[in-house]
Design a protein around this ligand. Structure first.
Ligand code: FES
Ligand code: FES
Length: 155
């Protein structure tokens, strides 16, 4: 099996993978980073969003081998020195989750939205940008509030 090497959450990692192995499988099954979830098999739910070279992608749609040499950040890599990332803290404070299954993907997408669109996000922009992330619990209102607050806190 071919070997793949990349940096995940600041650590150099490598493993032998089948050529069909998805990035999400590599993260969850080889590295045991199970914060990245799989919620569908149709690339729709967004539970699997991670950052690859600074951009959010659905890790169920990328082959692990295609990420050779990449810099990958998962939800486990956001907190620093035992302190939650401001976007994680905003989800906690604004009750932006219920079961939590969609939350890692929501937060990784939200950080990417701030990186691309800036810190002053209106509701319409947040809702539009989150169209690739599905939540079946919350009704989205508190997620939108959390993203707006997290964006401000990231200033
Ligand atoms: Fe649903 Fe990736 S697992 S979009
Ligand atoms: Fe349950 Fe979003 S909090 S799916």
């Amino acid at each position: 099996m071919p070997k793949v090497s990349m940096t995940v959450n600041g650590k150099a990692v490598s493993g032998n993978v089948d050529s069909r192995t998805l990035l999400v499988q590599f993260l969850r099954e080889h590295l045991r980073l199970t914060g990245t979830h799989v919620g569908c098999d149709t690339s729709q739910c967004g539970c699997c969003v991670v950052h690859v070279d600074g951009t959010s992608i659905k890790s169920c749609t990328a082959l692990a081998l295609s990420c050779e040499g990449a810099d990958v950040t998962t939800i486990e890599g956001l907190a620093k020195d035992g302190k939650l990332h401001p976007m994680q803290e905003a989800f906690r404070e604004n009750h932006g989750l219920q079961c939590g299954f969609c939350t890692p993907g929501m937060i990784m997408s939200a950080v990417d939205i701030v990186n691309r669109k800036g810190n002053d996000l209106d509701e319409q922009t947040i809702r539009h940008e989150l169209e690739g992330n599905i939540c079946r619990c919350t009704g989205y209102h508190n997620i939108v509030k959390a993203v707006a607050a997290g964006a401000q806190a990231m200033k």
